[in-house]
Design a protein around this ligand. Structure first.
Ligand SMILES: N=c1c2ncn([C@@H]3O[C@H](COP(=O)(O)OP(=O)(O)OP(=O)(O)O)[C@@H](O)[C@H]3O)c2ncn1[C@@H]1O[C@H](COP(=O)(O)O)[C@@H](O)[C@H]1O
Length: 115
C-alpha cells in the first residue's frame, strides 16, 4: 500500500466507525457498548471521553507506546460516541480542520491578542 492510500484508509476507519456507532442507536444496550453509552446521554458520554482522555495522558506519561496506541483508540472511539450523541458529524470536524489548514497556530493565537 502506498503512503497516500494508507493515509486515506486511516481517515476512512473513523468514518466507518462513526457509521457503526450511528447504526447502534437502536441496538440492545445489553449487547452493544455503544448503545449503552448513547442511552446514558450526552453529559455521560462527555464524562466517559474525559476519562479516556486522562487514561491517554497517563499512558503517554508512564506506560509506553503500546499503551498509548490502545488508549488513543479508546479515546477516539469515545469521542465519536460523544459526537453522535451531540449531533456532530465527522464531516463538521473535518471541515473545521480543513479550514485551519495553512493557518499557523501561533499566528492564530496572536490574532486573539495572546502571546
Ligand atoms: N472501537 C470500539 C471500542 N473501543 C473501546 N470500546 C469499549 O469501551 C470500553 C472502555 O473501557 P472501560 O474499561 O473504560 O469501559 P467499562 O469498563 O465498560 O466502563 P463503563 O463504560 O462502565 O464506565 C470497553 O468496554 C471497550 O470494549 C469499544 N467498543 C466498541 N468499539 C467499536 O464499536 C463497534 C460497535 O460496538 P458495540 O456497540 O459494542 O457493538 C465495535 O465493533 C468497534 O468497532
Amino acid at each position: 500500500m502506498t503512503r497516500s492510500s494508507s493515509e486515506a484508509a486511516q481517515a476512512h476507519v473513523l468514518d466507518r466507525l462513526f457509521a457503526t456507532i450511528e447504526a447502534r442507536r437502536s441496538a440492545d444496550p445489553e449487547t452493544s457498548h455503544t448503545a449503552r453509552q448513547l442511552a446514558r446521554g450526552t453529559l455521560k458520554c462527555a464524562e466517559k471521553f474525559g476519562e479516556e482522555a486522562v487514561e491517554t495522558v497517563i499512558a503517554a506519561a508512564a506506560q509506553g507506546r503500546e499503551a498509548l496506541v490502545a488508549e488513543s483508540a479508546d479515546a477516539l472511539y469515545h469521542l465519536l460516541v460523544l459526537w453522535a450523541s451531540a449531533g456532530v458529524a465527522p464531516e463538521d470536524v473535518w471541515t473545521e480542520l480543513a479550514r485551519r489548514e495553512g493557518i499557523s497556530g501561533i499566528a492564530e493565537k496572536a490574532s486573539r491578542g495572546k502571546a
